[in-house]
Design a protein around this ligand. Structure first.
Ligand code: SF4
Ligand code: SF4
Length: 333
């Protein structure tokens, strides 16, 4: 048997993840100075960073409903809707690749897990009787948001919400959530951080409703991880290294909503032709081609939004200067 080394796939993924994280960090810092200037009553000399709106998926879900039902593309936080649509599109075409290649929370969560492995020698998995019910938490949260927003809220109610001062400064309020953390937030993040040192991807695996939604949509993706039983040497390396703890070495194809398309299993498989990302006709897709597709859909989507004027908020800094002094009094309507 010819053995192969595809560790480069892991290096490429790490590169993409850390580039995106660096871009998001830069946007966050620049947004911090933008918001600080407004809080000090000074007209900001830098522009508002639209990419921080990616952290507002609940508002984006409302905006998506309004766009589909009424043809109105939210002008207040258009980047939130753009990034949400891109993530949904990626799930439909390229598995849950948004989670494993793009999402900065996923990148940080993975990094904490790897640090834990270095510190304690290994990450541990929860016993099945705890793992299964806990995994359903993210789907329950997702079902709750879909029920409230897609079924209960009417388009006029969404229009009213998206027109409130609260929504206009939702990104600034979100920033304050982290810069002026309450004790509850600090304890919650501390617990999540501590648990992620021992258990891989606690937030993504058990709690993230966004990931739950992307996982369910990824069932429609034509791409799956497929194992060639004739070529497989049953070494188990794919399963041992799968961040989602999937039994790759026991399946012909991985159709689980937990599969993020991270290609870690493929990158660890030593047998040529045994494990690949492939189309339903079993035609394999080169990892490099998959990576290119992820990058093109994500950054191409942002480029299209920028060129079509659906990236920057219509709310002017002058308007924000009027609202920001009262920001603490603004509660969710
Ligand atoms: S099956 Fe492979 S691609 Fe899917 S999550 Fe596991 S390691 Fe990643
Ligand atoms: S598919 Fe999995 S079990 Fe089979 S050779 Fe590859 S890594 Fe080993």
């Amino acid at each position: 048997m010819k053995t192969i080394d595809r560790s480069r796939i892991r290096k490429i993924r790490a590169l993409v993840q850390w580039i995106v994280l660096a871009m998001v960090t830069y946007a966050g810092i620049s947004f911090y100075f933008f918001a600080r200037a407004l809080e000090n009553g000074i007209m900001p000399s830098i522009s508002r960073s639209p990419s921080v709106e990616g952290f507002m998926p609940i508002g984006a879900l409302m905006a998506l409903k309004l766009w589909i039902a009424g043809g109105v593309f939210d002008p207040v936080h258009p980047a939130a809707l753009v990034l949400f649509i891109i993530a949904l599109l990626m799930a439909l075409l390229l598995k849950k690749s948004f989670c494993s290649w793009i999402c900065p929370v996923g990148t940080l969560s993975e990094a904490v897990g790897q640090a834990g492995k270095k510190l304690f020698g290994k990450n541990v998995a929860l016993p099945k009787f705890l793992d299964y019910p806990l995994r359903s938490v993210k789907y329950l949260l997702m079902a709750f948001f879909l029920y409230v927003i897609l079924l209960k809220m009417t388009p006029p109610e969404i229009v009213m919400f998206l027109d409130t001062p609260y929504w206009k400064v939702a990104d600034i309020k979100l920033l304050a959530f982290f810069t002026e953390m309450s004790l509850t937030t600090q304890v919650t993040l501390g617990v999540l951080f501590g648990a992620s040192l021992f258990y891989r991807n606690v937030w993504c695996r058990y709690l993230c409703p966004y990931g739950g939604l992307l996982g369910l949509l990824s069932a429609a993706s034509p791409i799956t991880i497929q194992r060639n039983q004739e070529r497989c040497i049953r070494c188990g390396s794919c399963s041992r290294n799968c961040p989602s703890l999937l039994p790759v070495d026991r399946k012909k194809a991985i159709r689980s909503p937990e599969c993020t398309g991270c290609l870690t299993c493929v990158s660890h498989c030593p047998a040529e032709g045994a494990l690949n990302m492939a189309l339903p006709n079993r035609r394999s897709i080169k990892p490099e081609l998959f990576v290119a597709a992820v990058v093109v859909v994500f950054f191409g989507g942002i480029l299209v939004a920028r060129l079509s004027g659906k990236w920057h908020s219509s709310v002017t800094p002058e308007e924000l200067m009027v609202i920001v002094p009262y920001i603490k009094a603004l509660a969710h309507p």
